[in-house]
Design a protein around this ligand. Structure first.
Ligand code: TTP
Ligand code: MG
Length: 350
């Protein structure tokens, strides 16, 4: 049975805000729909775990959140920024070379091949630590034999957790869980289930499946097989193999010294070459980006005639591109990108 790794970022929008403004860390914080001046008229999109201790949650009017906690810090939602972080997470995960489904802006399902639970746990630990070290963000991972099961394991392990449930432990994991924990069960279905005397997954598993089918149609079949630990829904490979991989670095201090800039670029190129190599990916195009002290950006790229995975070719091409940039203004951030990719696990030779 193919194992699924389900990754859900912890308090995603607020965590992104904390990552770019570390002074917010440790204080109750919400991200809301309204501007700072009109914040009391908006709705909480998410809040960090410090704010959740006061009973604040997604969907609550921001005015109510403030009545629960007066010291609440507030940030207006910045969708483009959260999406850019989500894109980076997706490209980091894609580099592993497995089929991956982006379920939402902060949830990803990764379908393994022949790997067992031990390998899945090691892979998951690697994903958590690279997201943490590269982006400063925490996530939770659930591992199981189906996508829905893995999501439930993930929800159960929040925050910053890593848990797995295999075929043998599924019944114990599910038995006492309330039916409101089932993905796809909203208030209406929940009330209907309770009306039938079904409160837990154990109750569901003991119900006549015909009764569930006539009450809920095909959704009843889903509920029944999930409750019996028999739902092994697969990850559909909705995201094509990595279109590109990129790495960026903000320099310690802005500089126009080409040897310093080149050194940083070579470092990024060598990390990228390793990531691509680990995932069995080859590439044809390489790009270098520089952000200047006035925040303007320039990008230059070149393409090889043939696919390559060579770290030295990548390094020398990146360095050559770097030297072709104007340096009238100091550079504060550099980036390297490889694209026109091919390959993936098991297709090393292209
Ligand atoms: P979730 O993954 O549901 O929540 P979360 O990441 O904030 O917290 P958790 O640690 O429990 O996973 O949603 C992801 C993001 O989607 C969330 O950060 C903000 C946004 N969102 C809304 O805008 N409105 C909502 O009602 C919900 C639930 C989430
Ligand atoms: Mg989340």
């Amino acid at each position: 049975m193919a194992i699924v790794i389900y990754l859900d970022m912890d308090h995603f929008f607020t965590a992104c805000e904390e990552a770019r403004n570390p002074s917010l860390k440790g204080k109750p914080l919400v991200v809301g729909t309204a501007s700072e001046e009109k914040k009391l008229r908006g709705v909480v999109q998410t809040c960090n775990y410090e704010a959740r201790k006061f009973g604040i949650h997604s969907g609550m009017p921001t005015s109510q959140a403030y009545s629960l906690c007066k010291e609440l810090a507030y940030k207006e939602s910045d969708d483009a920024y959260y999406q850019s972080i989500s894109d980076r997470i997706l490209s980091m995960l894609k580099a592993y070379g497995f089929p991956i489904e982006a379920i939402s802006i902060d949830e990803f399902a990764i379908g393994l091949g022949k790997e067992g639970y031990g390998s899945a746990i090691l892979l998951a630990k690697g994903m958590m630590s690279s997201i943490s070290s590269e982006l400063g963000l925490a996530c939770t991972i659930g591992i199981s034999f189906g996508k829905t099961m893995a999501k439930m394991v993930c929800d159960d392990a929040k925050p910053a957790g890593l848990a797995s449930v295999d075929e043998h432990s599924a019944a114990g994991f599910l038995h006492d869980k309330g039916v409101e924990k089932i993905p796809g069960v909203g208030l209406k279905t929940y009330e209907k289930l309770r009306g039938l005397g079904i409160n837990t997954m154990g109750d569901l598993a003991a119900t006549d499946p015909q009764k569930l089918l006539s009450a809920f149609g095909s959704f009843g079949g889903y509920l029944y097989s999930l409750s019996r630990g028999q739902l092994a829904d697969k990850v559909s490979d909705s995201v094509p193999a990595a279109a590109s991989l990129s790495r960026e670095k903000t320099l310690d201090a802005p500089t126009a010294d080409i040897s310093l800039i080149e050194k940083e670029i070579l470092e990024l190129a060598s990390i990228l070459a390793k990531n691509a190599g680990d995932a069995g990916l080859v590439f044809k195009t390489i790009g270098v980006k520089m952000r200047y002290s006035d925040f303007t950006e320039k990008v230059k790229s070149r393409s090889f005639l043939h696919y390559t995975g060579s770290p030295s070719l990548l390094g020398s091409a990146a360095a050559k591109l770097a030297r072709s940039f104007p340096l009238e203004l100091p550079v504060r951030k550099v980036g390297v990108r490889i694209s026109s990719m091919a390959g993936g696990k098991g297709q090393r030779k292209l």
